[in-house]
Write a new protein. Structure first.
Length: 251
């Protein structure tokens, strides 16, 4: 996969892209991430990339010329074909795990990190193919949301994680929040670990985790179990409840 990130603040993106899983994925040659400084596509003595909005109002708007030139240069280069040109914006479609799963199968993406008041609408109308938000709140720019998107997508690329099953058991992959996790020591300051996790009975461990996932989801994100949530999760809620009822009757 190749990811091109367009930003007026390239230094802000440098450190996150050189850490942990994202860096290892690049070292393995599984992803090629390139950061493009928008100011390199600006003209004039000061290479200005923003200007005041027509009609007045607070804030500055990223100009169309450097964005058009930068994006078009990437669309026309000799690299892989571009699958998506994504603008990170608070009024975009909210990022969720199914969307991340789909994006992880792309061959190449261009990410546009807005700043100030946003980007000229003409860029959005003519070059952007998808607009993504990471939540209902506003940040100073799109660089941090872009890092969130990069991390969430890269970790799903085959070969990136040491344990391929790790990503499949993450929260939201099956429509539920993840179960609690524990590691050694089994007793820490008098606080123990659930006995079932030390039992060696994989069937009971799996059932315990399923029950915990359902309970956590019911308490913290009931919307995931309601209409519009995961159909599979709702079926499993009913199934697990039935198993618990049968076990109680047996006891």
């Amino acid at each position: 996969m190749r990811i091109d990130l367009i930003t007026a603040l390239p230094d802000l993106c440098a450190s996150p892209l050189r850490q942990s899983i994202v860096q290892r994925a690049q070292d393995k040659g599984l992803v090629d991430i390139r950061v493009h400084d928008l100011r390199q596509f600006a003209t004039g003595k000061h290479r200005q990339v923003d200007d005041y909005p027509f009609g007045g109002g607070a804030g500055m708007v990223l100009k169309p010329e450097p964005l058009f030139d930068c994006i078009q240069s990437l669309l026309d280069d000799d690299g892989p074909a571009v699958d998506e040109v994504i603008f990170l914006t608070p009024d975009g479609e909210v990022l969720d795990q199914p969307m991340v799963n789909r994006l992880s199968m792309a061959g190449r993406m261009i990410l546009v990190a807005g700043h100030y008041k946003g980007i000229d609408q003409r860029v959005r109308d003519h070059l952007i193919t998808r607009e993504i938000s990471i939540g209902d709140y506003v940040l100073s720019g799109g660089e941090l949301p872009a890092m969130v998107l990069v991390d969430s997508v890269v970790r799903l690329i085959p070969g990136v994680l040491g344990d391929a099953g790790s990503a499949l058991s993450d929260s939201f992959q099956d429509g539920l929040l993840d179960a609690p996790v524990y590691t050694r020591p089994a007793d820490f300051r008098g606080i123990g670990v659930p006995d079932v996790l030390l039992s060696g009975d994989h069937g009971k461990v799996a059932q315990w985790r399923e029950t915990q996932k359902l309970e956590k989801t019911r308490l913290r994100r009931p919307d995931l179990l309601e209409d519009g949530g995961s159909t599979a999760a709702r079926r499993r809620t009913t199934k697990t409840a039935g198993q618990q009822s049968a076990a109680a009757e047996t006891n």
